[in-house]
Design a binder for this molecule. Structure first.
Ligand code: TYD
Length: 394
């Protein structure tokens, strides 16, 4: 164990005031396996608590995500899927169909799998074939029996959410065509550690992958890491490509990333041991800043209520006394409370109406888009506060 972020709720389980009393918590601690170097939560929330019918995360919620997943789909259509006749692609955790809609429009055989009923229904309404369930070995066997092997299995911000990686990889092994690829895009440990994105740590993110830990995992289940690529999404992610060992050779990017990770000490217990102190420093600076601003009569409102908001507000002890509300463009979150810290979520219109002096940027990974949308705030003298990688007034 190298960091303990305290008692934390399920980060995307936004609450109605009447639900506060029944809120579930876990001790948010992270550790590294000294054998395979996988970094993971040491305690987890039951999956039904995390992905329930009214799961509030909508992947289509930002223009940058829509653009990214449109490009991901187009690349599959142009490359992996183009070289096959009647190809079949499966997405694990298709959410509201932000990636598969381009595939469906191209008339390519596809299937989205997602246990969260409401978001899966949004995908279905776009004409996407969806199965509302968790992806595991029996589901994989069933899908293969009904549709044949998958040429591509894709997951984005989903694979690190699955507690039973063994069941997942056995399922992938069952479903993947002999020359198929399993591609996934997930938060990267280097971003969390080197980039100080400690708020990527929350109950849904059970694993914090590196090329090294993914390569070790793949090998245990008869697969091989054949490519990696860094992505800007969510503040810094990696796209991993796995194939069967008889297929493609790993690209030079794999060896390059492994070497860089060794330099950064991402599997070095001494390096990781320093991390908790670095996060505690950000905590004291931010809480001091917010306390000083309040004392000098300034108002601070939160901007964006991503899952990350729960980690930072609960670990730092930031409640409605320091940040009276946060605004978020997702209608399904508005009118509810941030898990654990119980800060009310309102619409972006409420932000403009409140005319705050400062805005604390919880959705820091969308800084450019948000600051462009809220140019009026800056024009009338408003200032942004960010805390990843450092506390800074912009
Ligand atoms: P995101 O970073 O996509 O998700 P998470 O960290 O939960 O995986 O969440 C971004 C949140 O910010 C999402 O709730 C929508 C909100 N948002 C706004 O309110 N306004 C904006 O302009 C943008 C881009 C996002």
């Amino acid at each position: 164990m190298f960091i303990d972020l305290g008692r934390q709720p399920s980060a995307n389980r936004f609450l109605m005031p009447s639900e506060v009393a029944d809120e579930r918590f876990l001790q948010l601690t992270v550790g590294m396996c000294e054998q395979c170097t996988m970094v993971q939560l040491l305690e987890d929330m039951p999956p039904e608590v995390r992905y329930h019918a009214t799961y509030r995360y909508h992947a289509s919620g930002s223009a940058s995500h829509r653009k990214h997943f449109g490009q991901v789909a187009q690349r599959f259509l142009d490359e992996e899927l183009a070289r096959r006749s009647d190809p079949f692609i499966v997405e694990i955790g298709c959410n509201d169909g932000v990636m598969l809609e381009t595939i469906a429009q191209a008339g390519v055989r596809h299937l989205g799998v997602d246990p969260a009923k409401d978001v899966a229904a949004l995908a279905a309404a776009k004409g996407i074939s969806v199965r509302t369930t968790f992806f595991d070995e029996p589901t994989a066997v069933q899908i293969r029996a009904e549709h044949g092997p998958a040429d591509v299995i894709f997951g984005a911000n989903t694979i690190c959410h699955i507690d039973d990686q063994a069941a997942l990889l056995r399922g992938v092994g069952e479903l993947l065509a002999a020359d198929g690829v399993f591609v996934f895009e997930e938060p990267y440990l280097a971003t969390v550690i080197e980039g100080m994105a400690f708020d990527q740590i929350y109950d849904e993110h059970i694993y914090y992958f590196t090329a090294r830990s993914v390569a070790a995992l793949a090998e245990r289940f008869g697969l091989r890491l054949i490519d990696v690529e860094e992505l800007a999404l969510h503040g810094g992610e990696v796209r991993y490509v796995l194939g069967r060992p008889s297929g493609r050779q790993p690209t030079p990017a794999v060896a390059e990333m492994l070497a860089r990770e060794a330099e950064q000490g991402l599997a070095d217990p001494d390096r990781l041991a320093r991390y908790a102190g670095d996060v505690a420093r950000v905590r004291s600076e931010l809480v001091q800043l917010l306390t000083d601003l309040r004392a000098s009569g300034n108002t601070v409102v939160g901007y964006g209520a991503p899952g990350k908001t729960a980690t930072v507000t609960n670990y730092f002890g930031i409640g409605p006394d320091l940040v009276p509300f946060v605004c978020d463009s997702t209608p399904a979150k508005q009118g509810l409370l941030v898990p654990g810290s119980h800060i009310p979520v309102r619409s972006p219109e409420a932000f403009a109406a409140a005319e705050p002096d400062f805005a604390l940027l919880f959705a820091w990974n969308h800084a450019e888009e948000i600051m462009a949308n809220e140019k009026a705030f800056r024009d009338r003298g408003g200032r942004w506060i960010r805390y990843v990688p450092d506390v800074e007034i912009i």
